[in-house]
Design a protein around this ligand. Structure first.
Ligand code: NAD
Length: 254
């Protein structure tokens, strides 16, 4: 668990991809900081586990099964969240996937899946959260982009396109919603140990390439990301919007 301390008592946070990895870690960190959590994920069983861990921390959560590539499901989930809580202070969009294919091999199916979940899904979750936050004239939206929002990497043309899209629409929403006191930022992690990446690191050559490119020469942990998310969710970041916060051990700096 991240050791940054922020007080989010009484606030409501929606977290997508909350069943595993970075989204789950964000849900737990926000709950530890006092927020009530609305979990969204395509996997009901994964969310059950997250809910149990939040309860073990003494926190409170509700779960919404939602495929974020389907706008109708996003609308339905956010309508239920608005009805249950009456307000929404924080939205973290972490649901994401990758299909590794070289450019010459990328299939239409893979492209549509990766862009549909990562780019379209994150955008329409922002829209659903933003519509609630506009009424309150207050809110913090945190999109999980990637170091690959700004750099390329082999077999990741669809993934890099999707994460570049996230960083770019974040800037537009930050401008459009600034007058509503809504901040919108992208957190851009490099490789982090999660169920998403653990199978990849069985390839030793790949692991060594990643560790070499990261200036700090280690793969990140989920709590390298949750510290930044808690900061952006807190009043300490009231003047931060439209930013890409690189949590990449220096990969993109060099
Ligand atoms: N792990 C990394 O190295 C890393 C690095 C940079 C960015 N990211 C980004 O962080 C985010 C989370 O990655 P992770 O490593 O925690 O992944 P993960 O696979 O561990 O968790 C992703 C979660 O999203 C859910 N999900 C998948 N498709 C969904 C859909 N259509 N609708 C709703 N939920 C869905 C899964 O069920 C899962 O619970 C992703 O956006 C990923 O691109 C990860």
């Amino acid at each position: 668990m991240s050791n940054i301390s922020v007080d989010l008592t009484g606030q409501v946070a929606a977290v997508t991809g909350a069943g595993n990895g970075i989204g789950k870690a964000c849900a737990l960190a926000l709950a530890s900081s006092g927020a009530q959590i609305a979990l969204l994920d395509i996997s009901a069983s994964a969310m059950e586990q997250t809910q149990q861990e939040i309860a073990d921390l003494g926190g409170s959560s509700t779960a919404y099964v939602c495929d974020v590539s389907k706008v109708a499901e996003i609308k339905q989930s956010y309508a239920a969240i608005a009805q249950n809580y009456g307000n929404l202070d924080i939205a973290v969009n972490s649901a994401g996937v990758n299909v590794q294919q070289r450019g010459e091999d990328v299939t239409e199916e893979a492209w549509d899946k990766v862009l549909g979940i990562n780019a379209k899904g994150s955008f329409f979750c922002c829209q659903a959260a933003g519509r609630i936050m506009m009424q309150q004239k207050k809110g913090k939206i945190i999109n999980i982009g990637s170091a690959m929002s700004v750099v390329g990497y082999v077999k990741r043309s669809a993934y890099c396109a999707s994460k570049g899209a996230v960083a770019q629409f974040t800037k537009v929403l930050a401008g459009e919603w600034a007058s509503y006191n809504i901040t919108v930022n992208t957190v851009c992690p490099t490789f982090i140990y999660t169920p998403f990446t653990e199978p990849m690191f069985r390839d030793q050559e790949f692991k060594e390439d990643v560790e070499r490119r990261i200036l700090l020469h280690r793969i990140g942990d989920v709590d390298d990301v949750t510290g930044t998310v808690l900061y952006l969710a807190s009043s300490a970041a009231d003047f931060v919007t439209g930013s890409m916060v690189m949590v990449d051990g220096g990969w993109t700096a060099w």
